[in-house]
Design a protein around this ligand. Structure first.
Ligand code: FAD
Ligand code: FES
Ligand code: FES
Length: 1358
């Protein structure tokens, strides 16, 4: 064992953050680094997105001394899971530590800005740190020095650097480009639209324009602070914090000895503390013992028998060592095992988790708490053993025994794991010459890389003898895990069955069946049959090639192009291939039309941008956490806590009883009415707010809210209504005002009479979707003089929160002020749904006369949020043999939840989009059902995304019935301008504005649609286990322009302040507003207006400064706000014009600053206010777009990969093509989430159970289209619009249906093939593919027994 420099002990916790040294005399040892940074320092760039390691918003770089290698090591960690005591002697770098406004931004920040990679910005600092950590890692390699401006990072590493980071806004492509721009092997042609160079610029010019990067200029600040101290470990051993860091086994034994550590005291052994991300402990410990500094638990020992890893080694270090060993002279068997183990482990969690998560922690979680571990499965397969210390007894046992023992007690320590060196031997000890050694691991997870637990994992090891005619199984070890079992297990029966037998089709068929019956999840496990079927798939993959059957059908028939394409897609190490963005910038209204970078992007990247929770707490500030109902319908009789008194730190529990005299129990309001803030007596959904616990710290409030006991009573109450069917039975509906109920088109009966074919009463169902804004609901309320209240809220409609707060408190509206600067993602979820948090804060602050803030934890947010409307649709459609549809009738039941919210508008939104095809005649009956689910709200493209999909599902159904190509049915039913007018009336605009037909053709050309349809077919004929599908989908999306206020003021120095009603949510509203301000003011035509861009600042929304702000929703707020600002600027220009004329005559020329100075002296009114009200003729308009998507499904696992998407979207005359492109890509990827990934699960009480990043999977960089091409079309024929622009925020989300349709096409091919194997069940081609089409859903439709079907067909053939 290597010697270590003796450790230094210190009693006081010392560490550095961004060059500032901190020494903390006292601390609760359960404090995380994130809690400390956010509450006790000025470094707010670490964002709290989930608190469970699943989002990456909190990533920082940790630098510490590595006593083994005697050097500083730097790696990323999630600060939300890292305990502060564990960073003693370390230095932390956060994004603002890399660079900032004062010291200059880091090239990472600059490149994120220039590549348009930050929208709401909440994920951006974490992204920057993940990239920075990858750059630091790359620097350690011995790769050749890169050319100037680049790093040693590879493109592949750059992409993977952010695989565990979530972004809900951008769609990842621009983030990937910003990261790849640092890679030494990047092809500059592959980098997307940016502000650094123009398309036509040569490579050299491009390189020279990139913000310069040199690794040496961007050192981490470790040595500066710890100087000589850095030569050894600094061990915190402090009774003060109850934190102990033993440096030897003996010390550890002493600490754990029952006589020393008093009985009954709770001890926690800790390494990376990432386990708390999964098991969210509220428990308190009396003693923390940090295991990382005991040499035996942290070293790697190699001897003749194998390799031994100390249990405290991080998974990253284990991977590194497995790879490193591979380079040495090991047998091929060991090399194979190590390579596969390392490759598999690289799919565990994410880089920033693996860097601190330990091998031992993982195994103990698996052994003790049944954690679905990958590592246990892997290590079991290779016959590892573990050493355990209990008291003074150290024993070495096999992994199998370890896993099957009763749970390890809290004083037993896992010391190390031993992996034996495998070599192939016969029973007599000699190596067979004709033998084959196999080792393979498997993992089927919702995301290939990005932080997702598997449905099933497996590792197989086999020793085969290959004779002339057969392959004999000598030995085999088959392990499975993570499928809803206590721990990883060996499939003994299958092993026994296979051993000693020749591999043949029949044998494999039996083994597959046996494997499926061995892998049986415990009751209550989701997708149980799917998980079992995966066991068969994995075994099939492992052994099939030895059965002697060539499973590639006519591979020679593949033409070269296909072969190349298949190779690129399947073998490339890269997640993404180059995408193309086509944007036209227009100079007509400069700088409107320019792809300007987002206003504030650099400070978002550095983390200096201030979100509500970043506002420092005022003195005496309290923190709130909600207690919500877990019952769908019950009387709430009372709330109690386990102890008789209020829990630690809790000041009060605020409920409806605390509404002041004159106030009202109201927490939310829309045009359809209001909803209560707290349950009065009866909780009407699981997630209903019962009370707000208010405590001195956020942690105390959260713990108290979680442990509160609610006494329910449902005696004499009717059962709750959870489904739309039940709502219909009990006539439980919300009224839709007649003026909002959409109008039918034509006569359905006549249309049906014309039809050659009919489909009657077919059904479609949708579940919900959660917003997953990265910043959860948050507010801060500060009481002010004279009964006033200032509320900082992250909200899309401050004006409404303002009204609600005033009503709740019973004060005049002028006593309330709601301030919103920026919102960390809204997507409709921070419109009405942000009001309860703001109102509850205000109510508590009002009662307690102290500031109160709320920042919901992710779970509470997910449970309360509501989300998209679930619905059930029954349709009947008549159509001609040609595919032309003549009539459609729909019965739509919308599950609106327990309050009205905006639900009455959903019918109109739905029909507005559904009319995208010419249905001949269209009729419907739509009911908005009142149920006992959380109230559903306006999630991005509310009702519209479902409606667009319904239209496509009907097209698929019709095409299936007629057995014709669905694309031709779509085309046949596209509107002519005449039918468009019939369906949409005046919203259609002039015929020249109807650009969909040309977009439809354009996207076919740009995507080579026709050729690729043929290629796909060919691919499907020549591949058994992978099938492809391609689909083209159009959209028409109607939007409504609403009134908006604006105010422009010009200050003495010529700088300009702009206020708008719209809120900056990341959609680039402020940027467009800035552009239009410059454009409109420039019409004064004096010198210096070309620099006005630098002079404009858009400021936060303040409901007392600018009234009638309205909603930021419906995709049109940017344009209305811009128009309001333009009106203001026009007034200012008009006021300034006479003075300018006069001055110009006097002086020959006049510049902006002088003009403004003179205007101030001459008392020209330099503040203008406007209220833009759209003309009735331009209030509504239609948006058009089309997309082609191609996917590949894996029939064995149900995995879908999106190979390519091409979008053409009409932005009218885009005000900022970069911003609009970002909206299009981001919306599309959010749509992919809805259609493919995001399973919104509720329990039988309607309580959301997909309530964490563990269970709810939004897209990550590895699940977006591998190639993503977007064209922002500047059609320009929209003179009634604001500078001819069109909306881009929501409509493109609908285009993601193309991915779902393509998946359906691929499944169709799989089912056709299955039929050829003799399946009797899949005769129809009109099957329904659920939304979301997750892996289990796809696999189910391809057949859970496909493998057996196939093998059986081979047996039969023989
Ligand atoms: C977001 C995320 C995603 C993940 N994804 C995966 C995945 O896909 N596959 C997978 O297999 N795992 C996954 N994990 C689990 C991860 O591997 C474990 O959380 C980690 O390895 C635990 O190590 P730790 O050092 O952080 O343990 P800690 O959190 O420090 O400890 C965990 C538990 O083990 C005990 N303990 C730790 N070390 C020892 C020891 N040597 N002896 C005795 N007791 C000990 C602790 O007391 C504690 O009870 C994921 C984790 C996170 C946070
Ligand atoms: S907040 Fe730490 S990973 Fe999400
Ligand atoms: S920019 Fe990534 S979450 Fe908003």
């Amino acid at each position: 064992m290597e010697t270590l420099t003796p450790a230094k002990r210190n009693e006081c916790l010392v560490f550095a953050v961004n060059g500032e040294k901190f020494e903390l005399p006292n601390l609760d040892p359960s404090t995380t680094l994130l809690e400390f940074l956010r509450s006790r320092t000025r470094f707010k760039s670490v964002k709290l997105g989930c608190g469970e390691g699943g989002c990456g918003a909190c990533v920082v770089l940790l630098s510490k001394y590595d006593p083994l290698n005697k050097q500083i090591e730097n790696f990323s960690v999630s600060s939300c899971l890292t305990l502060l005591c564990s960073i003693n002697g370390c230095s932390i770098t956060t994004s603002e530590g890399l660079g900032n406004t004062r010291d200059g931004f880091h090239p990472i920040h600059q490149r994120f800005t220039g590549f348009h990679a930050s929208q709401c910005g909440f994920c951006t600092p974490g992204m920057c740190m993940s990239l920075f950590s990858a750059l630091v890692d790359a620097e350690r390699t011995s790769r050749p020095e890169p050319s100037p401006g680049f790093s040693k990072l590879t493109v592949s590493e750059a992409e993977k650097a952010i695989a565990g980071n979530l972004c809900r806004c951008t769609g990842y492509r621009p983030i990937a480009d910003a990261c790849k721009s640092f890679a030494a092997d990047v092809d500059m042609e592959d980098l997307g639209i940016n502000s650094f160079w123009r398309k036509e610029d040569l490579k050299e010019v491009r390189v020279s324009r990139l913000p310069n990067y040199h690794p040496k200029n961007h050192n981490c600040t470790y040595s500066e602070f710890f100087g000589e101290e850095s030569e050894s470990d600094m061990l915190l051993n402090s009774e003060l914090y109850s934190w102990y860091t033993p440096a030897s086994i003996e010390e550890l034994q002493t600490l754990l000895h029952p006589n020393v550590s008093e009985n009954g005291k709770r001890i926690k052994l800790v390494v990376g503390n990432t386990g708390t991300g999964y098991y969210k402990e509220t428990e308190k410990y009396d003693k923390y013992i940090d295991l990382r500094y005991i040499p035996q638990i942290s070293v790697v020992i190699r001897d003749n028998s194998g390799i031994e890893f100390g249990a405290a080694l991080s998974i990253s270090k284990v991977i590194f060592n497995l790879k490193e060993d591979n380079e040495e002279k090991l047998t091929s068997e060991v090399k194979l095992i190590f390579t596969k183990l390392a490759e598999h482990m690289e799919k565990i969690a994410s880089g920033f988790i693996r860097n601190s998560a330990s091998l031992g922690g993982n195994l103990v979680m698996s052994q003790r708490n049944n954690f679905p571990s990958d590592i246990a499965t892997l290590l079991l397969a290779v016959d590892s053993s573990v050493s355990i210390l209990t008291g003074h007894v150290c024993e070495k046992i096999t992994m199998e025994e370890f896993l099957s023992r009763p749970p390890l007690d809290s004083r037993s320590v896992l010391l190390s794991v031993h992996i034996p060196y495998w070599k192939q031997t016969k029973s007599n000890g000699t190596i067979e010459s004709n033998s084959r050694f196999l080792f393979e691991t498997y993992r089927a997870a919702p995301r290939p890389l990005g932080n997702a637990l598997p449905y099933l994992n497996a590792a197989f090891l086999a020793d085969l003898s290959c004779n002339e005619n057969e392959v004999l199984v000598n030995n085999v070890r088959l392990t499975f895990g993570a499928y809803g079992t206590k721990h990883a297990t060996r499939a003994n029966k299958v092993e026994e069955y296979l051993s000693g037998k020749p591999v043949g089709v029949s044998l494999l068929n039996e083994a597959v069946k046996l494997a499926k019956s061995s892998v049986v999840p415990e009751d209550g496990t989701s997708h149980a049959a799917y998980r079992s079927s995966l066991a068969g798939s994995f075994l099939f993959e492992f052994l099939f090639s030895f059965t002697g059957v060539d499973h590639k059908i006519s591979a020679d028939e593949l033409d070269n192009t296909l072969r190349e394409e298949s190779e690129i897609i399947n073998n490339s190490n890269l997640l993404l291939s180059s995408g193309k963005q086509f944007v036209e910038s227009s100079k007509e209204c400069y700088p409107v039309g320019e792809p300007m970078t987002k206003f504030g992007a650099a400070i978002q990247a550095s983390g200096e941008a201030v979100y509500v929770d970043d506002i420092p707490s005022p003195p005496n500030c309290l923190h709130g956490a909600f207690i919500y109902s877990t019952k769908p319908l019950a009387r709430v009789k009372g709330i109690s806590f386990t102890s008789n008194s209020l829990p630690d730190g809790v000041t009060d529990v605020i409920s409806s009883k605390d509404i002041p005299k004159g106030g009202e129990n109201v927490g939310c309001r829309s045009m359809f009415g209001s909803a209560p803030l707290f349950v009065d007596d009866l909780a009407t959904c699981a997630g209903d707010l019962i009370a707000l616990v208010v405590a001195e710290t956020k942690k105390q409030a959260n713990v108290a809210a979680k442990t509160a006991l609610v006494d329910y009573d449902n005696e004499s109450l009717d059962p709750p209504i959870l489904t739309v069917e039940e709502a219909v039975k009990r006539s439980s509906f919300f009224e839709v005002p007649p003026f909002l109920y959409p109008e039918k088109v034509g006569d359905f009966s006549e249309g049906m009479a014309e039809a050659d074919h009919k489909i009657l009463n077919a059904e479609i169902k949708f579940g919900s979707q959660y917003y997953f804004y990265m910043e959860t609901q948050t507010a801060l309320a500060v009481p002010d003089e004279e009964n006033c209240m200032v509320v900082y809220s992250s909200i899309q409609c401050p004006e409404f929160a303002h009204i609600v707060i005033a009503r709740c408190l019973g004060v005049p509206e002028h006593n309330v002020r709601v301030i919103t600067r920026r919102v960390g993602g809204g997507f409709g979820g921070k419109a009405l749904k942000a009001m309860p948090a703001a109102t509850a804060c205000a109510l508590a602050a009002h009662k307690l006369r102290r500031p109160v803030r709320i920042y919901l934890d992710r779970k509470t947010d997910m449970i309360m949020a509501g989300g998209r409307h679930p619905m059930k649709i029954t349709y009947s459609v008549g159509f001609k043999s040609s595919g032309k549809i003549t009539a459609l009738h729909l019965d739509i039941l919308i599950n609106a939840g327990n309050t009205t919210d905006i639900s009455p508008i959903i019918p109109n939104s739905m029909i507005g989009v559904l009319k995208k095809y010419d249905w001949g005649s269209l009729s419907f009956d739509i009911k908005v059902c009142k149920t006992n689910l959380t109230s559903k709200s306006a999630m991005r493209a509310p009702g519209e995304v479902q409606a667009s999909y319904i239209a496509e599902a009907i097209m698929e159904h019709v095409a299936g019935m007629l057995s014709i190509e669905v694309d031709s049915v779509r085309k046949k039913n596209l509107h002519t301008y005449e039918s468009l007018l019939l369906f949409y009336g005046s919203a259609s605009g002039d015929s020249i504005e109807y650009t969909l037909p040309s977009i439809w053709d354009k996207v076919a050309r740009s995507s080579s649609f026709v050729q690729r349809v043929a290629t796909t077919e060919k691919f499907n004929q020549s591949h058994i286990w992978r099938k492809r599908g391609i689909s083209r989908v159009p959209i028409i999306h109607e939007v409504f322009v609403r009134p908006a206020p604006g105010k422009v003021s010009i200050l003495w120095d010529g700088s300009i302040v702009v206020e708008v009603g719209g809120i900056e949510l990341g959609q680039g509203l402020w940027t467009k507003v800035k552009q239009i301000t410059v454009y409109a003011l420039s019409s004064i035509q004096c010198d210096g207006t070309e620099d006005l861009v630098e002079k404009v600042r858009v400021v936060q929304s303040d409901t007392l400064a600018l009234v009638q702000g309205g909603f930021t929703a419906g995709s049109t707020t940017s344009e209305s706000s811009c128009e309001a600002v333009r009106l203001c600027c026009n007034v200012l220009v008009e006021r300034l014009a006479p003075l300018k004329k006069k001055l110009q005559e006097q002086m020959g020329s006049i510049n902006w600053e002088d003009l403004i100075l003179q205007a101030h002296y001459q008392s020209v009114n330099l503040a203008a206010h406007s209220f833009f009200v759209p003309l009735p003729t331009s209030q509504q308009y239609l948006n058009y777009g089309a997309a082609v998507s191609e996917v590949e499904i894996n029939i064995l696992t149900g995995e879908t990969r999106i190979l390519r998407t091409d979008i053409v979207y009409d932005c009218g005359q885009s005000m900022n093509p970069a911003v609009d492109l970002g909206q299009i890509e981001g919306a599309f990827v959010q749509g992919i989430g809805f259609f493919m990934l995001e399973e919104y699960l509720i329990n039988s009480d309607g309580l959301v159970v997909a309530d964490s990043t563990w269970t709810y999977k939004i897209p990550t960089i590895d699940t977006i289209p591998k190639q993503f091409n977007v064209e922002v079309l500047n059609s320009g024929h929209h003179q009634n619009r604001v500078l001819s622009s069109k909306a881009s925020g929501e409509p493109p989300l609908l285009l993601a249906a193309s991915v779902h349709c393509a998946t359906r096409a691929a499944i169709k091919a799989a089912r056709k093939q299955r039929k050829s194997w003799g399946a009797l069940d899949e005769t129809d081609s009109t099957f329904q593919l659920e939304v979301p089409a997750t892996m289990p859903v796809v696999k189910q439709l391809c057949g859970l027994d496909t493998v057996e079907m196939y093998l059986q067909s081979l047996v039969t053939c023989k």
